[in-house]
Design a protein around this ligand. Structure first.
Ligand code: GLY
Length: 291
């Protein structure tokens, strides 16, 4: 059976940009040495994307409505999971998530506890903000039409279900990776979230079963509007259907559930791999044939 590393750079980009994104992600996938550990490969790919300011993860993460940056990241292998939620001022949240899984009895660490844990392990302070993120926040706030209003009124508008979806529509670009090496599965995800959003908001990416799932049948990660993906437990549902019909059909069926909400998934099973999104999504793929 072949070894596979499959990446996505986030759903939501214009279709005209997908070819460029594919080229970049393919080159990232090919730069990762597969080795023997599927988690090493998935995490390495996500670290490269976190360090690239073009992606909404790590450096380049989008901002909260108050101008702060809080990031979510997670990793999983069958039977094990680790994540950080709303972590701040670290360069590579996905590495901290892996440490949560491998070095603690916990599965999730949030906020200042996650930051303290990272500092304890020697992760230096890092400011992930970029001019692009600052401009993006300004555009989002301006689009509220009442930029001078009290902030609570902005919050209210954001929290109206319809407006929230509208504002998020073109601004979701989580990164993720799934891998199968020597018939073992792993997945890793990282995101700055879906801007504009309140400080403290958590998306699907660090929630097991929502934006990431790895089990005996495969590895699945999602991108899109975290609230909707979480309500649906999207990655768990896809994993549970693996083996009942072709993987591509399962992904199309599950993403098809999201009518007005952008969503995309990538997945690998024992003998298949695939991706599907209802809006532009860049993909990178590396396959090593073992036969
Ligand atoms: N899918 C990323 C998020 O909603 O935070």
């Amino acid at each position: 059976m072949s070894n596979i590393l499959l990446l996505h750079g986030g759903v939501g980009i214009e279709n005209s940009l997908v070819d460029n994104a594919n080229r970049k992600l393919d080159s990232i996938a090919h730069s990762v040495i597969m080795g023997s550990d599927p988690l090493d490969a998935a995490v390495k790919a996500v670290v490269i994307m976190e360090d690239d300011p073009d992606f909404n993860a790590g450096t380049g993460s989008v901002m909260r409505i108050d101008g702060s940056i809080q990031m979510d990241a997670s990793v999983a292998i069958p039977g094990r999971f680790g994540s950080v939620l709303a972590i701040e001022s670290v360069k590579n949240p996905v590495l901290v998530a892996r440490d949560v899984m491998e070095l603690t009895p916990h599965t999730m660490l949030a906020g200042d506890g996650a930051v303290k844990f990272a500092r304890m392990l020697g992760y230096h302070e890092h400011n992930p903000s970029t001019e692009k993120a600052r401009n993006r926040l300004k555009t989002a706030l301006d689009s509220l039409n009442d930029p001078k209003s009290e902030s609570h009124s902005k919050y209210s508008k954001l929290m109206s279900r319809t407006d929230f979806a509208t504002f998020l529509k073109d601004s979701c670009d989580t990164v993720g990776a799934v891998s199968r090496i020597n018939d073992r599965f792993a997945a890793a995800v990282s995101t700055g979230g879906a801007s504009p959003m309140l400080r403290g908001r958590i998306g699907d990416s660090p929630i097991f079963g929502s934006g990431i799932y790895v089990g005996e049948k495969g590895a699945v990660v999602a991108t899109g509007i975290g609230e909707d993906i979480s309500r649906r437990l999207l990655c768990f549902r896809i994993h549970e259907k693996i083996g009942t019909k072709p993987l591509q059909e399962i992904m199309e069926e599950e993403v098809g559930f999201f009518k007005d909400v952008i969503a995309g998934v990538i997945a690998v099973s024992a003998d298949e791999h695939g991706y599907f999104a209802n809006k532009g999504m860049g993909i990178g793929l590396k396959i090593e044939n073992m036969d």
